[in-house]
Write a protein that binds this ligand. Structure first.
Ligand SMILES: *Cc1c(COP(=O)(O)O)cnc(C)c1O
Length: 218
């Protein structure tokens, strides 16, 4: 599917939900995609991208940024503490803050560097043991602790379990965000971004529907 088609589906979903046009940011998830495909999307004027791995992002975005201005990069994959500084150098948003150790590192680095990317706290809404994210029951405390550290927490992020109805997870994420006074909701991927928009997503993360299937796993 083309970028234009995804954008128009996004705008239709906003209209259907009675939401303002453009209230959802489309993050084009470029992980594992060949550079030519990423450049094709950049050439169409799109500037908001998502990457899963710091290493991979560091290998291509400084190069793309030499040619394309105003790239807005979102880190949407798990972040190791020892890569936090590099992530802060590269990305304007980090969607995967999920444990106190990482929050502490980000707070310390923010002090030292004098800036911090926008942060989203990942919630493991499906309580899956193999998945990152704070458990729903621990979310309020973790969010409030992070805010108390003066971290720029903008919202929450989730990746619903593959075999479950995503809407239930989107609704739960929205509820946790609302009661904590957070406006941002990073939710919805290629297969379910329209239902995420219906439930208030501010950022949808769409990879394969824009770029085509990934040739490697990421
Ligand atoms: C890869 C990935 C996406 C995009 O997935 P698609 O199904 O290709 O749209 C979104 N969010 C996260 C966290 C991802 O790792």
């Amino acid at each position: 599917m083309s970028l234009g088609e995804i954008e128009s589906r996004l705008r239709s979903a906003e209209a259907k939900a009675g939401r303002e046009q453009g209230s959802t940011t489309l993050i084009a998830v470029s992980k594992v995609q060949p550079n030519e495909r990423v450049e094709a999307i950049l050439d169409q004027g799109h500037r908001v991208f998502g990457e899963n791995r710091v290493q991979e992002a560091a290998g291509k975005w400084p190069m793309f940024r030499e040619t394309y201005e105003n790239v807005d990069l979102h880190l949407i994959g798990p972040l190791q503490t020892n890569k936090a500084r590099q992530a802060m150098d590269l990305a304007q948003s980090i969607h995967t803050v999920d444990r106190p150790k990482l929050a502490n590192s980000l707070a310390r680095l923010a002090q030292e560097l004098g800036y911090c990317p926008d942060l989203y706290i990942q919630v493991n809404t499906g309580e899956e043991p193999q998945k990152a994210g704070v458990l729903p029951i621990d979310a309020d405390t973790f969010i409030q602790d992070a805010l108390a550290m003066d971290l720029p927490v903008k919202g929450l992020m989730c990746i619903p379990p593959v075999e479950e109805e995503p809407s239930l997870h989107f609704a739960l994420l929205g509820k946790i965000a609302k009661r904590n006074g957070l406006a941002g909701l990073s939710m919805g991927m290629s297969g379910d971004f329209e239902s995420a928009v219906a439930l208030g997503a501010t950022h949808v993360r769409v990879g394969s529907a824009i770029f085509g299937a990934r040739t490697a796993t990421g």
